[in-house]
Design a protein around this ligand. Sequence first.
Ligand code: ZN
Length: 390
Amino acid sequence: MPYNTDGMVVKIDSQQQREKLGYTSKSPRWVIAYKYPAEQVQTILKDVTWQVGKNGTLTPVAELEPVFVAGTTVKRASLHNIEQIQRLGLHLGDIVTVEKAGEIIPQVVGVDANRRKPDAKPVLPPSVCPSCGSRVEKEPDGPYIRCENPSCPAQLKERLRHFAARGQMNIEHLGEALIDQLVDSGKVKSFADLFRITKDDLLTLERMGSKSADNVIASIQEARSRSLDRLLAGLGIRHVGTTVARLLASSLGSLDALAGATVEQLGSISGVGPIIAQAVYDFFHSDAGQTVIRDLKSVGIDPKQTGGAPTNDQILTGQSIVVTGTLQNFDRQQIEDLIVSLGGKAVGSVSRNTSFVLAGENAGSKLDKARSLGIPILTESEFLKKIGRT
Ligand SMILES: [Zn+2]
């Protein structure tokens, strides 16, 4: 083929043979994937920089002499944490081996210590945050180094990026570069500040025209209607991703109820373990967390979610639903949110326990499997009729 691939999928052509082979509980027996081994190259480690994550974790990044590997030129590669650097014994100027894990993210996997110059300096952990200059701390029980400054600009930028991302508040026109500008200019210091931005604020920024400013404001205002679970997932509370956020939102229903819940109450929610419960409790009882919530409420962000016991609205209660193909009215996240809000469970693969499959355009092997198991298949309009939305 005239382009790079990371492997191939081999399928049986004959429908008869496919039927004969059938399925395991996870996948069809008539198709198998082969991955090629990762391509490795050597290059020079020029420097190691430290990136600050949304919770203050500092991640080392190898700055490399540009090198061509598996189809692209690589200049930077992940080093995971300081223990990885120490395990490899990295020195600046080393000849290192780089490969692409899953052919996408480049990683440093080895070093040629024999070719090291005698005066080469070992790579050391930073003592201060590269963004704000605060002293950093090493986690006592883990390999990570953290900046503990709650107003560190690099952390704020990462938190805002996460907050605005598609699976969370989905603020379409708030891109990376704009977040950098808003933080660097001091216009945005918190999530709530996003909802305080005016068109005039935006017009003072470089490369911002009247039309783009309108689009930014419109997409921020649209985010005001996001559900509680999306807001919770966006806050960057440790261990709280999309799934946990949904569980918390549907059991407790409001920010006030979350703030008032004890660790025991949080931990008694099915799917929320003691570590998550403690992290949520800590967030809602920390000064920083309480400031975030108070601030969001002051700009009118305080979504309520009906939840708890199934009501008449929850007509999908107890049903396990697989979505496949492209839908006209929903993206994947939206349809999953809708299924969950109606009491159902959105699952990834078809099994005998699947209640029905919702099939959009270009549905693939999941549809075949549903047919072979005799699982009911609904089109998008049949689904909308079922939930009373036509
Ligand atoms: Zn910092």
